[in-house]
Design a protein around this ligand. Structure first.
Ligand SMILES: C[S@@+](CC[C@H](N)C(=O)[O-])C[C@H]1O[C@@H](n2cnc3c(N)ncnc32)[C@H](O)[C@@H]1O
Length: 211
C-alpha cells in the first residue's frame, strides 16, 4: 500500500522538478525587479527555489531512520521539499506543518499535495511564519528552515521551546550570509551540535546532550 503511495509522490515530485527547469531564468527576472529596492519574496512568486533531489532523499531517510513524526517546515514554495518530508512521515505515521507567505504558491502546493495523495498528512499555513507559528504548541522532531534567511534566527528562537533532546533542525542554504549570522549566534548558546553537509550548503543542528 505504502509502495504505491510512495510511487505516486515520486511521480509528482518528478513533474515538479520538470516544471522548475526554468527557475534560473525566472530568478533573474525576479532579481531584476529589486535593482532599486530590497529583494522581496513576491519577486520569486513563480520560482520553485527547491532543495535538490539528493537533499530530499536524505531528509526522507533521516525521518525514517530516526522515526521522526512531528515535522515543521518554514518555506513551502510549491511543495517539493514537503513531498519528500511526506515520503518520510508516510513510513513513521507522522505529519507536517508547513508555512508559505505567498498565497498563490501555497494554493499550488496544496494542489500538488492532493495530486500526490498526501494532503491529509500536511497542514499548510499561509502567511508570515512568524505569525502563524507563534502559537505552535506541539513538540517538534524535525524543523526544516528553508524560507527567507533573515528569519532563521527569530523563528528558531520562537520555536526553541518546542524542541526536545532528539530534535533535528535542518538548515538549508547554510552558506548564505544571514544563515551564517544565525549559525554563529546559535553556536554561542553552547547547547547545540552542528554537522555540515552537502558541501556546506546544509547544516544539521542537534542538541548536544543527545548526541
Ligand atoms: C527557498 S523557497 C522554499 C523551497 C521549498 N522548501 C522546496 O524545497 O521546495 C522559500 C520560500 O519561503 C517563502 N517565505 C519567505 N518568507 C516567508 C515568511 N516570512 N513566512 C513564510 N514563508 C516565507 C517564500 O515565499 C518562498 O516560497
Amino acid at each position: 500500500m505504502n509502495n504505491a503511495q510512495q510511487q505516486k509522490i515520486e511521480k509528482t515530485i518528478g513533474e515538479l522538478y520538470d516544471d522548475s527547469r526554468l527557475d534560473k531564468l525566472k530568478m533573474l527576472k525576479g532579481a531584476a525587479k529589486s535593482v532599486f529596492r530590497p529583494i522581496q519574496p513576491s519577486d520569486f512568486e513563480e520560482v520553485y527555489l527547491s532543495i535538490s533531489s539528493e537533499q530530499g532523499k536524505h531528509l526522507k531517510e533521516l525521518i525514517v531512520e530516526k522515526d521522526l513524526k512531528k515535522i515543521v517546515e518554514f518555506g513551502t514554495s510549491f511543495g517539493i521539499s514537503t513531498l519528500y518530508l511526506a515520503q518520510g512521515v508516510l513510513e513513521t505515521g507522522g505529519n507536517i506543518v508547513t508555512t508559505e507567505l505567498i498565497e498563490s504558491k501555497a494554493k499550488k502546493a496544496v494542489q500538488n499535495f492532493q495530486k500526490a495523495g498526501v494532503d491529509h498528512l500536511i497542514q499548510v499555513k499561509v502567511g508570515d511564519a512568524m505569525d502563524n507559528l507563534k502559537d505552535h504548541d506541539e513538540e517538534i522532531d524535525l524543523l526544516l528552515l528553508d524560507g527567507w534567511k533573515d528569519l532563521y534566527l527569530p523563528l528558531f528562537r520562537l520555536l526553541e521551546h518546542n524542541f526536545h533532546k532528539d530534535t533535528y533542525i535542518y538548515v538549508d542554504n547554510a552558506n548564505m550570509p544571514d544563515s551564517k549570522v544565525f549559525l554563529r549566534t546559535v553556536a554561542g548558546d553552547n547547547k547545540y551540535h552542528f554537522q555540515s553537509m552537502f558541501g556546506g550548503t546544509v547544516v544539521l543542528i542537534t542538541l548536544k546532550a543527545a548526541h
